[in-house]
Design a protein around this ligand. Structure first.
Ligand code: NAD
Length: 304
């Protein structure tokens, strides 16, 4: 029987349902959720992302300000601006769009954002709090993977979980979330000698390597839950045609058709982790505003 496909758009829609009530509760405390997004230079992909971000925020009742800087801006100017936003009570969330121009250190700027306003959860304090099992804001993609596992109805406790990828942004925080839920976690990376030997044991397999075709059907344990985080643009041609115009298509790291025959549940690309990540970002923005409003139990407490 083919695997059940986890519909990221449907999960995201469900997650967004609780946002309006949370925003009302925050406004009742006299706080307007307000995200400031910082964009430096004019990277076209980043501009598309920013425009979608604005639409999602406004549709949810979140005030949105985009502050653009030209590509020649110095790091010191950006540092001063982030510090100003940290001290500005009317700003409840701050996000720095990547990529930044060469010479500007993203990690330095992200580390400066006050943890309570760090809606991407990338501040070292937020990552440290996650390790200590008392997070306030969790990195969006990692939380999206965790939510998909929850929606799949899989209890992580005591399960064999394998994470392929160990980046600070994606693989490591996912591994920590799995570990905090008492899964037995193995982390594979570019130096792992036999990735297949590890993935074949996985009851839960999360993949974030950015390598299309890395995980074949033969590398998956029958019945496993497979979450594919990878987003890769590949060129494809019509079947049977070696020549002619190619079109670009977004695929994950897992060979989807093969995995479908082996896995129990699987997230597709596109339409899997991506939309859920956007929903988590919105929730993080609302969470940050709830913290600013002094709400004791901020909404959407991560389930750990
Ligand atoms: P990265 O390049 O920082 O890290 C890649 C990781 O994969 C590293 O740990 C590396 O060691 C490992 N790796 C690479 N090749 C490998 C191999 N052959 N075998 C085993 N491990 C290997 O990438 P990242 O920022 O973590 O992103 C990973 C993927 O996730 C990318 O495709 C990216 O586009 C995607 N992504 C998706 C979302 C989303 O919302 N869906 C968000 C962020 C990133």
């Amino acid at each position: 029987m083919p695997a059940k496909i986890l519909d990221g758009k449907a999960i995201a829609k469900e997650m967004r349902r609780s946002i309006p009530a949370a925003i009302e509760a925050i406004k009742a405390k006299g706080i307007q959720p307000h995200l400031v997004s910082i964009q430096v230079g004019d990277d076209p992909a980043s501009s598309v992302y920013v425009s979608n971000q604005r639409k999602s925020c406004i549709a949810s009742g979140i005030q949105y300000t985009l502050r653009t800087f030209d590509g020649a801006t110095t790091e010191d100017v950006l540092v001063a601006y982030v510090e100003r936003l940290n001290d500005e009570p009317s700003v409840t969330g701050v996000i720095i769009q990547l990529p930044l121009p060469a010479g500007i250190r993203a990690a330095r700027l992200q580390a400066l954002i006050r943890p309570e306003k760090d809606v991407e959860g990338m501040n070292p304090t937020n990552l440290g709090l996650l390790v200590q099992e008392r997070p306030i804001i969790v990195p969006c993609t990692a939380m999206a993977v965790f939510e998909m596992i929850r929606y799949a109805g899989v209890d992580l406790r005591g399960k064999e979980a394998v994470m392929v990828g160990h980046s600070p942004l994606v693989g490591k925080p996912i591994s920590i979330l799995l570990l905090n839920s008492l899964a037995t976690v193995t982390i594979c990376h570019v130096a792992t000698e036999d990735v297949a030997a590890q993935t074949r044991r996985a009851e839960i397999l999360a993949v974030a390597a950015g390598r299309p075709g890395l995980i074949r059907g033969s590398m998956i344990r029958p019945g496993a839950l497979v979450i594919d985080v990878g987003i890769n643009l590949v060129e494809v041609r019509e079947e049977g045609k070696a020549e002619g115009p190619a079109r670009r298509k977004s695929v994950g790291d897992v060979v989807f058709d093969e995995a479908l025959e082996v896995a129990g549940q699987i997230s597709p690309v596109p339409g899997g982790v991506g939309p859920v990540t956007v929903a988590v970002l919105l929730r993080n923005i609302v969470r940050a505003a709830a913290l600013a409003a002094g709400i004791d139990h901020p909404p959407f407490d991560p389930a750990f």
